[in-house]
Ligand binder design. Sequence first.
Ligand code: ADP
Ligand code: MG
Length: 255
Amino acid sequence: MEKSLIIKNLHVEVEGKKILKGVNLEVKQGEVHCIMGPNGSGKSTLAKVIMGHPKYKVIAGEIWFGGQNILELTPDERARMGVFLAFQYPQEIAGVNFLQYLTTIYNIHLRQMDPGVKAMKSFKFKRMVQPYLEELRMDPDFLNRYLNEGFSGGEKKKAEILQLKLIKPNLAMLDETDSGLDVDALRIVAEGVKGMLSSEMGALVVTHYRRILDYIEPDYVHMMYDGQIVKSGGCELAHMLEEIGYEWITADTTV
Ligand code: ADP
Ligand code: MG
């Protein structure tokens, strides 16, 4: 089954305020799309609504994934279909041990692939995850800590990418995974993502800056403004936006 994402005329409201005003987007399996745009234009809202965040009300439009209308599905069901979102602001969860958490999500993923498979024990999982930790330059001590508690901004983002690598989703959405990272962390995170891109995985990369796109070369760049995609193009659009900023864009800009 082809795992493409198709969004048609999507209108979304949060707390009674209209945020998305007719978004159309198609991310075919294996394609990398980037969404740029000023703060408050609705980029995170789009990612959250694709994931099924209950706070964001779809008032019109459709979201299809893998040939199925996913609007009626819970976030959990969407995750099981292979939709993954790395949050812009990962939550700290006190009392949830990182190793335990990763082992649990990994075992859910394994069972998804093969319902008869035996769950992997955490000591075995710990061995398996070592190369990923090394690749992301994460201290193995992380595994003993609580999820995101006291993690620096960069460490939280790396923890999200680690989950991405373990789950190998069909659609990876990264919401400003590059924000707040220093040059080294950005390179590690971006190369980590780049290494995963394949004909199996589509990606939707939300970013404010062009620099991550130097690593993850997107097939398409979309410009979001006031709840709509007002312009679409290739990498050259990202370069242009960086040079001239966003001020020139208005909702009337022709697509
Ligand atoms: P972006 O990611 O492009 O910066 P967002 O999608 O986060 O934009 O936000 C778009 C608009 O929606 C903003 O005006 C923001 O304040 C509003 N918004 C987003 N989430 C919520 C929420 N949970 N409650 C109230 N307003 C929200
Ligand atoms: Mg955002």
